[in-house]
Write a protein that binds this ligand. Structure first.
Ligand code: F6P
Length: 323
């Protein structure tokens, strides 16, 4: 192994830069040449590569976003797109890749290996924390801290006006952000896709007259919840409980930005470092994660298809603590 390339793919996540820095510095320390690929798989197809040196990644550990930029690339879903990408990698003598991204990015890397034999190590970079094979994904810790800070502020205005606030957080199909933000923000209710009884709990909560006279409430709603988002939900709840003064807030992409927390920087650094060593050791089609504080390897196929469950005891605990 003489030359590797690193890229970020899919939705950006705070800590991606810390991970790029770790890959570059570990690679150079181990005597490898390292290139970056701009805009993920799109840059691989468009031949948009750049050489990276130790100093290229100075002063980025604290930056949100990704210096390599990222994209969700439709062209890479076609065999022709992947052929073009593989040709570009071969012409540049790249022997291995480090892909920082989510499930879609892992799927692309698996196909590239199956069709063209190009080894890739995948690292979990998404705020959603929904990837199998790791306790936490890069960016999750920062995102939940950003959302909790926002909820603390919403709490002030909710209290002043005696209002109910429905606060929508990200997490496409999974409730990891929702449950974590709900617990740490002291929410009175949490709606997540994994809890099919969550709406009953909200009705139970508001049906009790003592709760209705409580000055204010915060309900955290995951964007993937079955209720169809906070705008639809606020309409429904306003009709059922006309005496409540309800407002809806969508936190949106602020959850994806900002300087990564120390935990995200450490996670990103550990995974970037281990990815380079995994490539040097000859691993070809694996993801890395951290489970019980140890780096764990999981084949792409398994990481893509296995579901990471939410700890159901957290759902029960959240209900008790909010009662
Ligand atoms: O996967 C990360 C994520 O932020 C999800 O939580 C969200 O549903 C999605 O990306 C939003 O994607 P985009 O930025 O492309 O709108």
């Amino acid at each position: 192994m003489k030359k590797i390339a690193v890229f970020t793919s899919g939705g950006d996540a705070p800590g991606m830069n810390a991970c790029i820095r770790s890959v570059v510095r570990t690679g150079i320390y181990e005597g490898l040449e390292v290139e970056g690929i701009r805009r993920g798989y799109q840059g691989m197809i468009d031949n948009d590569f750049l050489p990276l040196e130790r100093r290229s990644v100075a002063n980025i550990i604290q930056l949100g976003g990704t210096i390599l930029k990222t994209a969700r690339c439709l062209d890479f879903m076609t065999p022709e797109g992947r052929q073009k990408a593989a040709d570009n990698l071969r012409s540049r003598n790249i022997d291995g890749l480090v892909c920082i991204g989510g499930n879609g990015s892992y799927t692309g890397a698996l196909k590239l290996y199956e069709e063209h034999g190009i080894p890739t190590i995948g690292l979990p970079g998404t705020i959603d924390n929904d990837l199998y094979g790791t306790d936490y994904t890069i960016g999750f810790d920062t995102a939940i801290n950003t959302a909790v800070q926002a909820i603390d502020k919403i709490r002030d205005t909710a209290d002043s006006h005696d209002r109910v606030f429905l606060v929508e957080v990200m997490g496409r199909d999974a409730g990891f952000i929702g449950i974590s933000v709900g617990i740490s923000g002291g929410a009175e209710g949490i709606l997540i896709p994994e809890d099919t009884h969550d709406m009953e709990k909200i009705h139970r909560y508001f049906d009790r007259s003592d709760r209705r006279s409580k000055s204010f409430s915060i309900i955290v709603v995951a964007e993937g919840d079955q209720e169809g988002g906070v705008l639809v939900l606020s309409q429904k709840l306003s009709e059922k409980y006309p005496d409540l003064d309800i407002r809806a807030t969508i936190l949106g992409h602020i959850q994806r930005g900002g300087s990564p927390t120390a935990n995200d920087r450490i996670l990103a650094s550990r995974l970037g470092y281990s990815a380079v060593h995994a490539l040097i050791q000859g691993h070809k089609s694996q993801t890395l994660g951290i489970v019980n504080d140890k780096v764990k390897m999981t084949p792409f196929d398994e990481a893509i298809h296995k579901h990471k469950p939410i700890n159901s005891s957290l759902i029960r605990m959240a209900e008790i603590l909010s009662s």
